[in-house]
Design a protein around this ligand. Structure first.
Ligand SMILES: [Zn+2]
Length: 239
């Protein structure tokens, strides 16, 4: 293999790296997308669940009010009954005692009435809250679908670009010896998508470590592929 030959191949590998860096970035982005969609779904589901809970609270208030109304009715019924019995009593003591009982029951009924009024009030407020949250949820649903389709559109764009890059790769690859290509791809795989790096100011641009002058001389000779002693990436020098 001539010196010019290896230099040409290095230049080709640098071109390939440009393509592969973009591929690597896009693949990483694409892999994060399902999680992104999942997070959007979970967040929207949570909001829907909050709505269900709120509606349940509104129903509970209604149910509680109905229970109290029933209790009030039975209290009133009992008072009526006591009142009819009142005049059939024989002693004053019995009369006084039942009068007290009626008063107590009326006091109880009054407490229940207050409670019912309170529950009406609470139910009104809750109803307003439910309406407000329903409107919010509708807006959130719109935003959720919008965000989700944005992510899906981005995935399509990424896929299209990846297909273009794969085509570019196919055109570039024949310009590199299969053995060198295999070495490059192995490093690419093991070193986060970066296989060939520049040496600048005596430091490897892959790991920032010092590259000794004798190694730099070796690179300039283009007799063989030279790799960084620290990060193992293929080194080249722009000249
Ligand atoms: Zn290095």
């Amino acid at each position: 293999m001539s010196k010019l030959d290896l230099k040409t191949q290095i230049i080709t590998l640098v071109q390939l790296q440009t393509v592969d860096s973009e591929v690597y970035g896009l693949k990483e982005e694409k892999e994060s997308k399902p999680q992104e969609i999942k997070a959007l779904e979970i967040s929207f589901e949570e909001k829907k669940e909050q709505m269900v809970n709120l509606e349940k609270e509104a129903l509970d208030l209604q149910k509680e009010r109905k229970d109290q109304e029933l209790e009030l009715a039975s209290k009133e019924e009992a008072i009526k009954k006591l009142q009819t019995q009142l005049y059939s009593l024989k002693t004053n003591k019995e009369y006084q005692s039942m009068l007290q009982q009626i008063q107590d029951s009326k006091a109880d009924a009054s407490v229940i009435e207050d409670k019912i009024l309170q529950l009406f009030d609470q139910a009104d407020k809750k109803k307003g809250e439910v309406e407000q949250e329903k409107a919010k949820l509708k807006e959130q649903e719109r935003i959720f679908h919008e965000q989700k389709s944005k992510v899906e559109e981005r995935i399509k764009v990424v896929d299209d670009r990846l297909a273009q890059l794969q085509a570019q790769r196919k055109q570039i690859i024949p310009g590199v010896d299969p053995g060198i290509l295999a070495q490059y791809e192995r490093i690419l795989h093991n070193r986060d998508g970066l296989a060939i790096v520049n040496v600048k100011d005596n430091s490897c641009q892959g790991c920032n470590m010092f590259v000794p002058p004798q190694v730099i001389n070796l690179i300039k000779m283009y007799e063989r592929i030279v790799t960084c002693e620290i990060c193992n990436r293929i080194l080249y020098i722009c000249d």
